[in-house]
Design a protein around this ligand. Structure first.
Ligand SMILES: [Ca+2]
Ligand SMILES: [Ca+2]
Ligand SMILES: [Ca+2]
Length: 547
């Protein structure tokens, strides 16, 4: 009969082998708007600033940010660097698989208000991330200012690192760009919203630099690849919703929405106003052109009532892949304008791969600037034998665009631009490598009777199945949800914060697709942090539950 000691050693080995031992050595710190940076950072003695949280945290640690408004002050600016003022500067990296997490405390909404920060002559960045392997989640930024009256820009979040995740960020009602990337690769920008952002101070006061999301990796060949925007929304930003101008490497935008950009909230005309600006390098400065022209991927996206183009190639010097996008009521729904390869003149778009796209109700013209002999563009609503009108859609109610997100943070599920049964747009597309229902893909971004799932993920991002739980903090019935990318034997188990197994909740073979499992919070006997672990094939995902 084995001794108790042997059993403990065996149990410890199993924990090590399953990779689950690490949470036991992770620290949790807390930030709250009534905290102090001289506190210990515990839940009862929280820090005041995220900056102080960074000083305490190391790879694998989590800094929880409690809900409420944080009125930021000039004295809190972490660093003045040349023309920039970084209010919070995250410059400490995690390590592979052990990110430093800066997360809203589950169930709470921290709001950082920068209205009072107006350093003369500086560009203001609310969160400057010069770090890798960090994970920001659930942070809301509002009121970021511009003080410079000549050419300038302020930013809510700027990324200059790699392997970072930005999830559920809310960036609104300021004069700054929402999210901005100039350096780094393998970053995931997931389920973020940027709205009502307009710089009405600098230059001509039309906010021509303020995009919801800007991705401009500034070097080629140094790994600034695989940056992915997924599940994001941009509306009422004074310039563009998403802008990839001067991107030296290819960027992926999938399952994102963009509407009302280039307008004020009263629909006065402001900046460029494109839903998705797919590349380009500026029409006059050719010193910026990289040796290999990046081929951007824009798929399963939705563009509605933007001032200019819904989907726009912006004088790009090569083609992009535009798959299964939907456009409604933009000035031009699809404008593939390119620049000639000798840079001398604008020409109809070449080398584009447009498939399964759908549009309706363009204010000027449905599509423009497509060279059909030089592009692969013959399976879209404008050249297939289909008719598109309002009867094809379950709803065209614009108010659905700003509906609340789902409990897991994904885009709202409603009827906007989803195909009505009997529409001739169903099964009219061709297979471009993504899942579909019926005999073929539908046209547009919403496959009927099917929720389009994310099909790619980034290395080191352990959320491929999107394990989520609601409510969290837990109370009563808890519903865990996830989506299997493949059929697998699946195990769902609950552990305490020290890594000890409390219960194997479920173990069974399951098919590809979404699954839920409901259990009661009585498994979590006392208040504290618990870990829910999903295992399938050789993969595991963990989620912290708070009671
Ligand atoms: Ca722009
Ligand atoms: Ca029809
Ligand atoms: Ca179909």
């Amino acid at each position: 009969m084995p001794s108790m000691k042997k059993i403990y050693i065996a149990a410890a080995c199993i924990l090590l082998l399953t990779g689950f031992i690490s949470p036991a050595f992770s620290n949790i710190y807390y930030v709250a708007n009534n905290g102090s940076d001289t506190n210990a950072g515990t839940i009862t003695q929280p820090f005041l600033t995220v900056q102080r949280g960074q000083t305490a945290a190391v790879a694998g640690d989590t800094v929880y940010i409690r809900g409420g408004t944080y009125v930021m002050t000039t004295a809190q600016i972490a660093q003045y660097n040349s023309i920039w003022a970084y209010v919070t500067l995250l410059n400490k990296s995690g390590t592979s698989g052990h990110r430093i997490n800066y997360w809203a405390y589950p169930g709470e909404q921290p709001v950082f208000d920068y209205t009072n920060i107006t350093p003369a002559g500086y560009r203001i960045t609310a969160f400057q991330v010069n770090a890798s392997w960090v994970y920001l989640k659930g942070i809301e930024v509002t009121g970021v200012q511009v003080t410079i009256t000549t050419h300038t820009q302020s930013e809510c979040f700027e990324n200059q690192g790699s392997n970072n995740i930005y999830e559920l960020l809310r960036m609104h009602d300021g004069k700054a760009i929402g999210f901005y990337l100039t350096k780094g690769g393998n970053n995931l920008i997931l389920n973020c919203d940027a709205w009502n952002n307009w710089d009405n101070v600098s230059e001509n006061k039309l906010g021509g630099n303020v995009d919801g999301f800007g991705c401009h990796p500034n070097k080629q060949g140094v790994g600034y690849t695989n940056n992915v925007f997924r599940g994001c929304r941009a509306w009422f930003n004074s310039d563009d919703g998403y802008d990839l101008i001067n991107a030296m490497e290819a960027v992926t935008i999938e399952n994102c929405w963009s509407f009302y950009n280039g307008y004020s909230t009263s629909f006065s005309s402001l900046g460029d106003g494109n839903g998705f600006k797919g590349g380009g390098f500026g029409v006059t400065d050719f010193s910026n052109v990289p040796p290999v022209i990046p081929r951007h991927q824009i798929r399963f996206c939705l563009a509605v009532k933007n001032k200019a183009n819904g989907f726009y190639a912006n004088h790009h010097l090569g083609g992009n892949n535009w798959f299964n996008n939907s456009a409604y009521n933009n000035a031009v729904n699809f404008n593939m304008l390119n620049r000639s390869t000798d840079y001398s003149t604008d020409v109809p778009g070449y080398d584009h791969n447009l498939k399964n796209n759908l549009g309706l109700g363009a204010r000027s013209t449905e599509y423009s600037n497509i060279d059909f002999t030089l592009s692969n563009a013959d399976t879209n609503y404008f050249n297939l034998p289909v008719t598109v009108n309002s009867a094809d859609f379950s709803s065209l109610d614009l108010s659905l665009l700003t509906a609340p997100r789902q409990a897991d943070g994904s885009l709202p599920a409603n009827n906007f631009m989803r195909l009505a049964s009997g529409s001739d747009l169903i099964d009219k597309g061709i297979d471009v490598g993504y899942p579909y229902n019926g005999s073929a893909p539908d046209l547009g971004c919403f496959e009927s009777n099917y929720t389009v799932t994310a099909t790619s993920d980034i290395p080191g991002n352990a959320r491929a199945a999107g394990l989520a739980a609601f409510p969290n903090p837990v109370k009563g019935e808890i519903t865990a949800s996830y989506r299997l990318p493949v059929p697998a034997n699946v195990q769902l188990a609950l552990y305490n914060a020290e890594g000890a197994l409390i219960s194997t909740l479920m173990s069974s073979k399951q098919e590809t697709g979404p699954h839920t499992f409901t259990f009661n919070d009585s498994y979590l006997r006392s208040a504290g942090v618990y870990v829910l672990k999903l295992s399938y094939k050789d993969k595991t995902e963990t989620l912290q539950l708070v009671k």
